[in-house]
Design a protein. Structure first.
Length: 335
């Protein structure tokens, strides 16, 4: 039986002391999973995760997500194995295509589906100690290559971040979880579950082998108006990218283009003003604690294994995490 979990996710824009302090809050309030984003141009995920392990006694933790265009499977295995040791066997690995790559001078590894598959397969082979040659479309490993250090676990859970049918199908074949990043729409969960099921059938895996995780920008505060205004600024950054990926809703392309154009010239307040409350509710978790609780519960009721409350959490991060811990998590009805 799969049990539902609570999650929280962080952007890598903090000082070492801030990472530790926030991780201590996560531990105090008993979140089940802590994720760290892999967005450009922020700090790499693993560095922040390694700092946070010192304050986490029970939560699973991992990067959500690593792009194969930015990191080789051998390096992924190395960072992952160290994180697994420091967390006493509680690490997971998230892999995704990656966004904004060309903007930062990074050439995408193609075909990207093969890059994702091969990153997962090679990482798992290295952790298991398999050392025969691997000849992939994207990555090749010579015979005899082994990790020259001990590993804590030879099987570490895998998450694939995607909004796409083909990638979700691949997750059904290989992964434990699919994450819909930037999603607060319960209607997307059964859609993704169907995509996953096709991959599970191809691989001969039992139904439900791969579960759905949703995560979105979160701002919870006693000042409802301030919380929603704040979250719209953050939502404006990624709404043009993710809104077109949700087949269950229709948003005018012209509106998304206008929001994207305003963000490109650093007019985030004007871009945020174009986002209606109806759109906000599909792509972010925002408002009073009771409102965020109701949004999260709807996602769990639709079949999410985990809801990840994403950065910035509140008008001040610590205040938002405290409200989540005291006023949201205790009210969730999880199975």
């Amino acid at each position: 039986m799969t049990f539902q979990e609570t999650g929280i996710a962080f952007q890598t824009d903090k000082t070492p002391s801030e990472y530790r302090a926030l991780a201590a809050l996560v531990d105090h309030f008993g979140f089940d999973v802590l994720s760290v984003y892999g967005d450009l141009p922020y700090q790499p995920s693993f560095s922040a995760l390694l700092l946070m392990t010192s304050e986490l006694r029970r939560a699973r933790l991992g990067p959500a997500c690593i792009s194969p265009s930015r990191m080789t499977p051998t390096d992924v295995a190395g960072e992952l194995s160290l994180l697994d040791w420091l967390s006493d066997g509680r690490a997971y690995l998230g892999v995704a295509r990656g966004a904004w790559l060309s903007r930062h001078g990074i050439r995408e590894r193609t075909p990207f589906l093969a890059a994702i598959r091969e990153t997962i397969e090679i990482t798992q082979r290295l952790l298991l100690g398999i050392d025969d040659a691997y000849e992939g479309q994207v990555f090749k490993i010579a015979a005899g290559v082994r990790l020259p250090y001990p590993v804590r676990r030879t099987r570490i859970p895998i998450l694939i971040g995607t909004w796409g049918e083909k990638m979700a199908g691949l997750a059904g074949e290989l992964a434990d979880e699919v994450k819909l990043g930037g999603c607060a729409n319960p209607d997307m969960i059964p859609v993704v579950r169907r995509w996953i099921a096709e991959g599970e059938r191809r691989a001969g895996r039992p139904p439900g082998s791969c579960q759905v995780v949703v995560g979105a920008v979160t701002v919870v505060d006693e000042d409802r108006r301030a919380a929603r205004a704040y979250v719209k600024r953050d939502l404006a950054l990624y709404l043009p990218m993710v809104a077109a990926l949700d087949p269950t809703i229709q948003i005018e392309p012209e509106l998304l283009e206008q929001i994207g154009a305003l963000v490109a010239i650093n007019e985030q307040n004007k871009a945020a003003a174009l986002i209606s409350d109806d759109i906000l509710a599909k792509f972010a978790l925002a408002g009073l604690p009771a409102e965020v609780l109701a949004q999260a519960q709807a996602l769990y009721d639709a079949g999410a294994k985990r809801v990840e409350f994403g950065t910035p959490h509140g008008l001040r991060a610590a205040d938002g995490i405290e409200l989540l811990g005291k006023r949201v998590l205790p009210g969730l009805q999880l199975r």
